[in-house]
Write a protein that binds this ligand. Structure first.
Ligand code: PLP
Length: 399
């Protein structure tokens, strides 16, 4: 099993029937160059030692695992443990792959990193990594998102990145992706595209997974050292799927460990207002790859919704689609209300304000822990902290 998963994806970038490169030939040639460079550079001692050093001294890795014992005893079932990615520099897991991508750009001799951003989380993490590595950064963002996401826009400016406001189409993430790809095609020689999750054309789902897999490597070793056994369940929220695959990868060969990915059910799975791609989607193409999609009858992405803007995507990483089909990972959905309840509960019982994204995973753990024995363990990837969500939640709940 280890080999089977380690070897994923195949040479064409497929995980089973998902992934690949559904892109114009000129872009395919560029992606293949990135793949070749990645395979060479990422194996070198120089690259690995620089990345590991930055993980330690800059990000603050390893992130600890915290036993949420008060929350666990209040629920009265399994023990809940949190892998504290919220304690990373910049407050979430995204810095792990952004540092990898920025370093790769530098080692490939590129002078500029290009990306799109929706709510701005990826933009801020990438602008941070580029400032550190000393490479130009250009972020495309829809005009509506620019107006909405004030703190992240300000941070990107302070960090010195060039922000391109996209005024075409729906003026949101989808148009930002198109605009960024357009800019990329104009100068693929000096620039590199940095995708924000385990999505997009090959090799991004593989590369971003590899950079995020540090989370699961640390977590498995930390848990074994402390408890002398593995957790019964590991769990994470799934937007594009990078924090989840980062935790899951190291545990994939441990067949006794159950894995659960938690999607946003938004206002309900029977309404149009959710983003539960694996739960409710069907196979299709989006942004250059094949995956489960929330799409209309013409294969166009549906407008999706989640209270957590980081989970608000109509596609999902191809490896998750494969893991769902073979039954290795279960995917469930948590709605806005359950998410908000978990957000408040973790804040008040443990003094940890989670990101609304991460609160989806906490909510599902709270749901199932009560029916498990007290000596069972659930390990959650707490993907980020909730500073960015605090005002919104306080408003929403009238605090
Ligand atoms: C972006 C984000 C997510 C969702 O992205 P994945 O690629 O699914 O991990 C989850 N949590 C936080 C805190 C985020 O910023």
């Amino acid at each position: 099993m280890t080999m089977q998963f380690a070897a994923m994806p195949d040479d064409n970038g497929y995980f089973g029937e998902y992934g690949g490169q559904l892109i114009p030939p000129e872009l395919k040639a560029i992606m293949d160059d990135i793949n070749t460079a990645y395979e060479e550079v990422s194996q070198t001692e120089a690259f690995q030692s620089e990345l590991q050093q930055l993980f330690a001294d800059y990000v603050g890795r390893p992130s600890p695992i915290f036993h949420a014992s008060r929350l666990s005893s209040k629920i009265g079932g399994a023990q809940i443990h949190l892998k504290r990615e919220d304690l990373n520099h910049t407050g979430a897991h995204k810095i792990n792959h952004c540092l990898g991508e920025a370093l790769l750009a530098k080692h490939m001799g590129k002078t500029k990193v290009l990306a799109e951003t929706g709510a701005g989380q990826h933009g801020v993490a990438l602008a941070t990594a580029c400032a550190l590595v000393g490479i130009d950064c250009e972020i495309h963002m829809g005009a509506i998102d620019v107006a909405k996401e004030h703190p992240n826009v300000t941070k990107m400016k302070i960090l010195g990145c060039k922000l391109i406001t996209v005024d075409s189409g729906t003026r949101t993430l989808k148009d930002a992706v198109d605009s960024a790809f357009q800019a990329y095609l104009e100068d693929p020689f000096n620039t590199i595209y940095a995708i924000g999750s385990v999505v997009g054309p090959h090799p991004f789902p593989k590369m971003v997974r590899d950079f995020q897999s540090v989370v699961g490597r640390e977590a498995r070793a930390q848990f074994l050292e402390k408890h002398n056994k593995l957790p019964e369940i590991v769990m994470a929220c799934v937007g594009g799927g990078s924090n989840a695959i980062g935790l899951f990868t190291e545990f994939l060969p441990d067949e006794a460990v159950r894995m659960i990915g938690v999607e946003p059910a938004g206002k309900g799975l029977d309404t149009p207002d959710h983003a539960a791609t694996l739960t409710k989607g069907s196979k299709g193409a989006i942004h250059g790859f094949e995956c489960y999609n929330l799409q209309d009858e013409n294969g166009e992405p549906l407008p999706v919704y989640s209270i957590a803007s980081g989970l608000d995507y109509p596609g999902v990483g191809p490896q998750h689609c494969y893991l769902k089909d073979i039954g290795r990972v279960e995917y469930v959905a948590i709605d806005d209300k359950e998410c908000l309840d978990a957000f408040m509960e973790l804040s008040r019982v443990e003094g940890i304000i989670p990101a609304l994204e991460s609160a989806h995973a906490v909510a599902h753990a709270m749901k199932i822990a009560k029916d498990m024995p007290v000596d069972a363990n659930i390990l959650i990837n707490l993907s980020g902290r909730g500073d960015k969500d605090a005002d919104f939640v306080a408003d929403k709940l009238g605090l």
